[in-house]
Each structure stands twice: as C-alpha cells, then as structure tokens.
Design a protein around this ligand. Structure first.
Ligand SMILES: O=C(O)CCC(=O)C(=O)O
Length: 336
C-alpha cells in the first residue's frame, strides 16, 4: 500500500501535501471566493446563497480540484475511477470561534442542520469502508493561531454518537451576527438566507414592526432559530486523543476521511483564513439518489436537480449519476 493510503487508513488523514498550484492561480481562485462571500448573492445553480459547489460555476475553482498532484493523491486512496461530487468554501473570519468536533460517517445526510437525507449510496461491496475522501486546500498561509483544521488521530475507526439539539448548541453553529452592525444588514442577510448556513431565514422578518432595534432583531432571529436542530457530538473528549492541528502554507492540502473526528480551532488573529474543500468518491457510488424525484432537495436544503459530478479520473461507473468531464464543465462555463 502506498504512503498516502496507509496514512489515511491508519490516522484518518494524510498531509500537509504540496499541490504545486501556482500562487497566481491560487490568488485568482481566492479572489473569486472573496467575491462570493462579499456579495452573498444567489448561487446560479442553487438560486440562493451557498458556499457549495462553486467549482461548477467558476473555472478557476474547478482548476484547483483537477490539479494533477491532487488527483494523483486522491487516486492513491480511491483508485482509478473517481468523481468529484461536492465542494465547500471554509472561510474563517478574524476572531471567529472554533468549529466543533464532528465526524461524517459517509451518507452526508445533512445532520449538521437536523436533516436525514443520504446524498451518497456506496456500491454494495464498499459498505464496510469509507467511500468519501475529502481534500482540504489552504488558500491563505494558515498559522497556528488562525484556526487550522485539526484531527483526532485514529478516530475514523470508531463512530461517536450524536444527538440532535437546538441548532445554536450544535458543533457547526457560528455567530450569525459577527459582522452585522445595523438592523438593515441583519434583515437583508436574513432575507438572503445567508445568516446561518443552509437555514432558510427568508421570512424571519415578515410582519415585524418597522420600529425594531438591532438588538430586538437579533432576539427575533434567535427566537425563530429555536425551532431548528443540529448535530452535537457525544462522548468525545479531546484530551483523551492525540489532536493534530495542521497549519499550512497556501497551496498545501490535506486528504482525510470524514469519519476521522475533525474540526478547527478559533482564529485569534486579525486575518481571515480561507480554505476550500473538495469531496471525491468512487465512480460506482450513487450520488443524490433522489435526484429524479419530485423533491430534489438534499440534506442542506439545496435543489440539486442541475448538479453534476465531475469525472476527474477514469470511467463513470454508475449510469444513474449525472456526470460531466472537466472539459465539458469548462465548455459550459465559457458559454456562461
Ligand atoms: O475548515 C474548517 O474549519 C473545517 C473543515 C471541515 O470540517 C471539512 O472540510 O469537512
């Protein structure tokens, strides 16, 4: 077995590794992502704000995930037939709190926001081993104090229980009011459903009195959020594990199985920490089994009917999947 596959199998992760992506390419991808985060406009595919799957929209972002060294490293673990099925931006603002410890056992069913709708069905013969591999790429130099990604070594061998609790207590909950200083900003952010990731807050302020103060607006949001649930990790004490925090240079990446307990510490600097991940699976995994149904919404409440997987290596092996090659995706991106 090669070194990378061995590390993922034994530790749950392998890295940091060098992608060899040129600094100017990293910078232009980062500039695209900054724009997405600044404008918080609707994602062209999902028709609302989302930090997911911008590689299907922006060629600069797709280029990161088809980079030869990254695909080769993924192939060391997954073999010769690989689909890129999801990506997600992870920006940590200056002063932002830690992201809690969590595992994802494999179905990606949206338990972080209280849902249970499997996005991935592995082929029969793969059910006993992880079928998703995540690649997390640093777009900034990430130092110890900027909230690097971290892992509890070896925890992919054991599933820790979770409970569904009010979303404000969940591992994934981040302060929605961080950069909001006026009521107008708060209302706009809520109407764009860009306050709490993947939670539809568009009607939170419908019928609210015009005289509302910012503090009253925040209280209203927190009150409405009480109805939402999210996953809390149980029985995990980080002091009982070997925690590996992973500062990186821009352009370095780590590969990991989402079954390995992971999260990130707080960013205690005045610099933002920008990263993006890509999720790869075997080409015989069925992706979004509910795609053709009347309710093509995934566990993150996104309408995935136009989503496609990108075949980054080898052959497409599950005829029910919607798959395109990188060149096909790029050709469509050029047409706009
Ligand atoms: O970037 C982070 O803060 C956490 C990343 C993470 O949880 C993931 O990539 O699955």
């Amino acid at each position: 077995m090669n070194k990378i596959a061995h590390a993922v199998l034994e530790n749950g992760f392998a890295g940091p590794l060098d992608s060899g992506i040129r600094p100017d390419i990293l910078a232009s991808a980062a500039a695209k992502i900054d724009r997405v985060l600044e404008t918080r406009g609707a994602h062209p595919m999902y028709r609302r704000f989302s930090v997911r799957d911008w590689h299907l929209i922006e060629p600069e972002i797709l280029d990161l995930f088809t980079e030869r060294r990254i695909v080769n490293a993924v192939s060391d673990v997954l073999g010769g037939d690989i689909l890129l099925w999801r990506s997600k931006i992870f920006a940590k603002a200056p002063g932002e709190e830690a992201l809690g410890w969590h595992q994802e056992w494999g179905p990606f069913n949206g338990e972080e926001i209280g849902n249970d709708k499997a996005a991935l069905y592995p082929a029969e013969h793969r059910r006993d081993a992880p079928w998703n591999l995540t690649m997390w790429l640093a777009l900034d130099d990430v130092t110890w104090d900027m909230g690097p990604i971290r892992f509890a070594r070896g925890t992919q061998k054991r599933r820790f229980p979770i409970a569904m609790e009010p979303i404000v207590q969940s591992e994934f909950y981040l302060d929605p009011f961080r950069d909001i200083s006026t009521l107008e900003q708060l209302v706009t952010r809520a109407q764009e459903s860009a306050l709490v990731l993947d939670i539809d807050t568009a009607d939170y302020f419908d019928g609210a009195p015009a005289s509302l103060t910012l503090e009253e607006g925040k209280a209203l949001v927190l009150d409405k959020l009480r109805a939402e649930r999210g996953a809390v990790t149980l029985d995990f004490d980080e002091s009982e594990h070997e925690v590996v925090s992973m500062p990186m240079k821009a352009g370095q990446f780590v590969l990991f199985t989402e079954r390995c307990m992971h999260g990130s510490s707080a960013n205690v600097t005045d610099r933002r920490r920008l990263a993006i991940n890509a999720r790869y699976t075997f080409a015989d995994t069925l992706i979004y089994p509910f795609r053709e149904s009347n309710e093509p919404f995934d566990g993150s409440n996104l309408d995935i009917s136009s989503h496609r997987c990108v075949l980054v290596k080898g052959r497409s092996l599950e005829p029910r999947n919607a798959v395109a090659t990188p060149d096909e995706v790029r050709a469509e991106q050029t047409l706009g």
